[in-house]
Write a protein that binds this ligand. Structure first.
Ligand SMILES: NC(=O)C1=CN([C@@H]2O[C@H](COP(=O)(O)OP(=O)(O)OC[C@H]3O[C@@H](n4cnc5c(N)ncnc54)[C@H](O)[C@@H]3O)[C@@H](O)[C@H]2O)C=CC1
Ligand SMILES: CC(C)CC(=O)C(=O)O
Length: 356
């Protein structure tokens, strides 16, 4: 079996130019220790690509990425893009184009970082392509319409296929962990949409008899995440609920710098994408917390290792995990947002040093 992976590097915007190189550096160092060969392919994207290629998402990007094993996508600061042709938000195109329907977002508390609770270790699996960001094949554009100047209609699309595939991804993760899955929805009000999502989750549950399933209504979940986050293991929910709850969960463990994510589907390609945005308020200062991006890259290498049966990738992910935990345990090798004294480069060096 080959130990060779081809991975794209797409920095994104603002702090993306600081944290994506950090993720590449750490992954490269871990790969070198395990004999994993990675062919890194930097690609233009975002504001800088608008200047060099006339588009924030240059033509041919999807085609090139489709031949790779995975890619690291830095945060995209699309709100600040100028209103010119070519300045587009690449996220939905990538998530939908590669059918990356499951956004796997772990939340873990590490001691001493200012987590509101200790002992949090949960994973939110967010449906990535439906809800209020529906697939272009189902509803044109973003799913928003303005039939008159005074009325806007935002369409929320839930399908059986979309619900059952993200449910299956969540059950598979639950099966590998504590065998507990919480369905988060609001079928008390959205009887058809959330109703269909819940129905499909229960249908998939029959394939996983060892996994215990419970349900929590989303507004109650917002409260319970703050009061007793330790009572959850794996959570699956629809797109917008997942978008909001994952940021809330990050707030419990030190903030958005602690919020990694991996977008996966049924195909072989994985996209490492932190939960947070491009943080323009701290960009260029060298102080961004690289954890979320480094951990996202680590999750991708681990997923590819299992998916392709590449022992060196699984091993690289494992030594990264230990090194990240070691660096987080020392204020001198963690950033200021998580009660440390290091800058981005210092934390990155700290993790690499801890690889052994
Ligand atoms: N996945 C993505 O690419 C996302 C992109 N965005 C875009 O990012 C831009 C900024 O959006 P905001 O609402 O300000 O959200 P944001 O996530 O960029 O920032 C929110 C707050 O968290 C802090 N923060 C975020 N990541 C951090 C890190 N790694 N280390 C330390 N602090 C960190 C920021 O400094 C800021 O105070 C917008 O253009 C938005 O559309 C927003 C969310 C997701
Ligand atoms: C696509 C992003 C810009 C919005 C977001 O926060 C997300 O969907 O993850």
């Amino acid at each position: 079996m080959t130990s060779h992976l081809v991975i794209g590097i797409l920095n994104g915007d603002d702090i993306g130019h600081e944290i994506v190189p950090a993720a590449v550096e750490v992954t490269r160092a871990a790969a070198a220790k395990t004999g994993l060969e990675i062919d890194w392919r930097p690609m233009p994207i975002g504001r800088s690509a608008l200047d060099t290629h006339g588009s924030t998402f240059p033509e041919g990007t999807m085609e090139t990425l489709s031949k790779m094993d995975g890619f690291i996508l830095g945060p995209i600061g699309h709100q600040a893009y100028p209103k010119v042709p070519g300045a587009i938000n690449p996220h939905p195109i990538m998530r939908k184009g590669f059918n990356l329907f499951a956004n796997v977002r772990p939340t873990k508390s590490f001691p001493g970082l200012g987590a509101i609770h200790e002992g949090i270790d949960l994973v939110i699996v967010r449906e990535n392509n439906e809800g209020f960001q529906p697939d272009r094949n189902v509803v044109a554009g973003t799913g928003e319409f303005r039939p008159t100047e005074d009325v806007t209609i935002s369409v929320r699309v839930i399908t059986r296929v979309g619900s059952s595939r993200v449910a299956r991804a969540a059950f598979e993760i639950a099966q590998q962990r504590k065998k507990r899955l919480t369905l988060v929805h609001k079928n008390t009000v959205f009887k058809l949409g959330c109703g269909m999502f819940v129905e499909e989750c229960h249908r998939v549950a029959k394939e996983f008899p060892e996994v215990t399933v419970d349900e929590v209504i989303v507004d109650t979940m917002a409260m319970r995440l703050i009061r007793d986050p330790q009572s959850f293991d794996v959570i699956v929910t629809t797109n917008m609920f997942g978008d909001i709850l994952t940021d809330e969960a990050a707030g419990l463990v030190g903030g958005l710098g602690m919020a990694p994510g991996l977008c996966i589907g049924e195909g072989n390609l994985a996209m490492a994408q932190a939960t947070h945005g491009s943080a323009p308020d701290i960009a260029g200062k060298g102080i961004a917390n690289p954890f979320a991006m480094i951990e996202s890259a680590r999750m991708m290498i681990e997923w590819l290792g299992h998916n392709r049966k590449i022992a060196q990738a699984v091993e690289a992910a494992s030594i990264m995990e230990k090194a990240i935990a070691a660096a987080l345990g020392n204020p001198a090798t963690r950033t200021r947002d998580i009660r440390g004294t290091a800058d981005t480069a210092g934390m990155t060096r700290g993790i690499i040093a801890a690889l052994g």
